[in-house]
Design a binder for this molecule. Structure first.
Ligand SMILES: Cc1cc2nc3c(=O)[nH]c(=O)nc-3n(C[C@H](O)[C@H](O)[C@H](O)COP(=O)(O)O)c2cc1C
Ligand code: SF4
Length: 436
């Protein structure tokens, strides 16, 4: 007989569900564009949260063996962050980072609107492990109704010990930076703060604070149920598990996909029904990411060790394809202008340096005169590492990879020409992927 699913804390718990085999894991049972999975459907698919064992301190040990690294961009080992906050004195706070200010990413919105309870499970488990009575879900406006409804379902059944709060920060690129998010929660101002102190020591209301990406929390929910060995059955030994990626540009079906870490770029693009025109380049990792010529990128494996030799990383899981009909220099200049505009306006090198770099790139993209490339790269070196956060470093890294990958285009533009077939706008975001 199939057991009737019952939420934890409301009678006898449902039997543990069979662990999902292969892909998808996070998005298992999710139909494209359907309503969020409600609590009963969630428990029926995934089973209840483990009562003991893989909760609390034991969870940190399981996470260490699982090899889970953060899915918010920096890929820091998750267990280490939990252990750091758990070691602090006093009640902690968990912040689920679902702000997703990265324009080329839609994966956190997709996750939160499809399976909000998986993220809330992860936040509840992390809260238990670090000693936090409060968890704040800071989410993109598009995801807020689904998350608020899921919290209400759980509260109605008194399912969690942790108190959940849903917050919708301003939609700016820098808002998702951990210290900016905490600053906004504390004071309503979404700008990064100087470290020390790190938010893990002194964060929300001066309490030790764990800021984890919402996808990271969802993986925690599955690892707590199925264990470290199960997690490692996908991915590579050095970079285990699955992850969500947002694919945009000229592909058959742009959107959010769950992949096994270590799949090649070619395999992942095939999942999106392949390129609809010959590709010249890919941006891996998002606006802070790395442009690579498509010939070099296609056989790269999407995992830390596969991307490192190319100087790239998966970041927040972004793959942006650029067709041969578009100008890579124009695309790079647009991204640089966007990032310069998104500075939080408090560190001189970031404010003035990024604006100057973006201005010169814009001139080059418009073929409005020759640009001193040596001076441009010197400005990059002068800006790097000089901000309170990594915003300028990420921007300069992306620009540098664009100038390298589109070197021939740079030469053409310096001579007043351009290889692009038309002046058609270049897609530079997940707008194309939003329908996924
Ligand atoms: C400018 C900037 C913007 C960021 N935006 C986000 C974001 O939108 N979402 C996110 O999860 N992390 C973002 N991060 C990374 C966070 O600071 C932090 O590392 C992350 O939320 C930690 O979660 P994880 O360990 O689960 O990856 C950003 C970092 C920088 C420097
Ligand atoms: S480096 Fe830039 S984005 Fe970061 S805090 Fe300073 S001004 Fe703001």
């Amino acid at each position: 007989m199939t057991p009737t699913p019952t939420p934890t804390g409301a009678g006898s718990p449902p039997a543990a569900a069979e662990p999902p085999v292969g892909l998808p894991r996070l998005l298992a049972g999710v139909a494209g564009g359907g309503p969020p999975m409600d609590l009963l459907a969630h428990l029926s698919r995934h089973g209840p949260l483990p009562a003991r064992g893989r909760r609390g301190p034991a969870l940190i040990e399981v996470l260490e063996r699982s090899g889970l690294c953060g899915r918010g961009g920096a890929a820091f080992p998750t267990f280490r962050k939990l252990a750091g906050v758990a070691a602090r004195r006093g009640p902690a706070v968990v912040v689920g980072n679902g702000t997703e200010g990265e324009p080329a990413s839609a994966k956190d919105r997709r996750l939160l609107t499809a399976v909000p309870h998986l993220v809330l499970d992860g936040a509840a488990l992390a809260a238990r492990a670090v000693g936090a009575p409060d968890a704040i879900l800071a989410v993109h406006p598009a995801a807020a109704p689904a998350v608020a409804a899921a919290v209400a379902e759980r509260e109605a059944r008194r399912m969690d010990r942790v108190r959940f709060r849903v917050a919708v920060p301003p939609e700016r690129f820098v808002t998702g930076e951990a210290s900016a998010l905490v600053h906004w929660i504390n004071s309503g101002v979404a700008t990064p703060t100087m470290r020390p102190p790190h938010v893990s020591e002194r964060g929300v209301d001066h309490r030790p604070t764990l800021v984890d990406n919402v996808e990271t929390l969802a993986h925690i929910a599955l690892i707590a149920r199925h264990g470290a060995d199960w997690f490692r059955t996908l991915g590579t030994p050095g970079d285990p598990g699955s992850s969500l990626v947002t694919i945009s540009g000229p592909v058959g079906r742009p959107g959010v996909y769950e992949i096994s870490r270590g799949m090649t770029v070619r395999e992942v693009l095939q999942a999106a029904r392949g390129a609809t025109e010959p590709l010249q380049a890919l941006l891996l990792g998002g606006y802070f990411g790395t442009w690579l010529p498509s010939g070099e990128a296609m056989e790269l494996r999407l995992c830390a060790e596969g991307l490192r030799p190319a100087g790239a990383s998966l970041g927040a899981g972004v793959l942006m394809a650029l067709g041969v009909g578009s100008c890579g220099l124009v695309a790079t200049a647009r991204l640089a202008s966007y990032l310069a505009d998104q500075t939080a306006g408090q560190c001189g090198p970031c404010v003035h340096g990024l604006a100057a770099i973006a201005g010169e790139l814009d001139r080059l993209a418009r073929r409005a005169g020759r640009v001193d490339l040596e001076r441009l790269s010197r400005w990059g070196r002068e800006v790097e590492g000089r901000g309170a956060c990594h915003h300028p470093d990420g921007a300069v890294g992306m620009v540098r990879s664009g100038l390298r990958t589109f070197a021939e285009e740079v030469r053409l533009h310096q001579a007043g020409a351009c290889s692009a077939a038309s002046d058609a706008p270049v897609a530079t975001g997940a707008g194309a992927a939003a329908g996924a």
